[in-house]
Write a new protein. Structure first.
Length: 173
């Protein structure tokens, strides 16, 4: 396995095409045609600095995972969106790495809390967020309805140090 490189990108950059293509396919496969609307819901400006950010993990120059955040209605909160790991690169901890990098960048940008939701048909995402220390804002003892509401999570960010540094990760380049 080659080294991972963390890069900042803009939605619409050629490097983001695999993310958009695979996420759209994933959403449509799991939720039907509404997956297209979800992917079109937020424009590139939502994920652009100073209030947003889109990161990709590259291996050998190819994107293998990524994610983004945007400013939430609560200005001290970053909302994570567009979490993705390429199908051929799953189960390697890449989603956890993206999440740690996003948390670190959000904290450095002045955010104090991260909020995110995942769909009820994405148990692997639910597991990732629970394992990464996110607090579920729903009853985890109740099985979510397949066509139910998104499952919300939150995490309060540390005020000193960074999540990525604490996890021994490289800084954003």
């Amino acid at each position: 396995m080659s080294t991972l490189t963390v890069v900042r990108a803009a939605l619409g950059d050629p490097l983001t095409q695999p993310l958009v293509r695979e996420l759209t396919h994933e959403y449509v496969t799991r939720y039907g045609p509404g997956g297209h609307q979800e992917m079109a819901r937020y424009g590139a400006e939502e994920f652009a600095p100073p209030h947003g950010l889109l990161l990709l993990l590259l291996r050998g120059g190819e994107p293998v995972a990524g994610g983004a955040y945007r400013r939430h209605a609560d200005e001290a909160t970053a909302e994570v969106k567009r979490m993705w790991t390429a199908a051929g690169h799953r189960r390697q901890g890449l989603g956890r790495r993206v999440l740690a990098e996003l948390e670190s960048a959000a904290r450095e940008a002045g955010y104090r809390r991260v909020f995110l939701t995942t769909g009820p048909r994405q148990p692997e995402a639910r597991g990732l967020y629970l394992a990464a220390g996110y607090t579920p804002l729903f009853d985890v003892r109740v099985e979510p309805a397949p066509d139910g509401d998104p499952l919300p999570f939150e995490k309060h960010l540390p005020t000193t140090g960074t999540a990525a540094a604490a996890a021994g990760k490289a800084p954003i380049r």
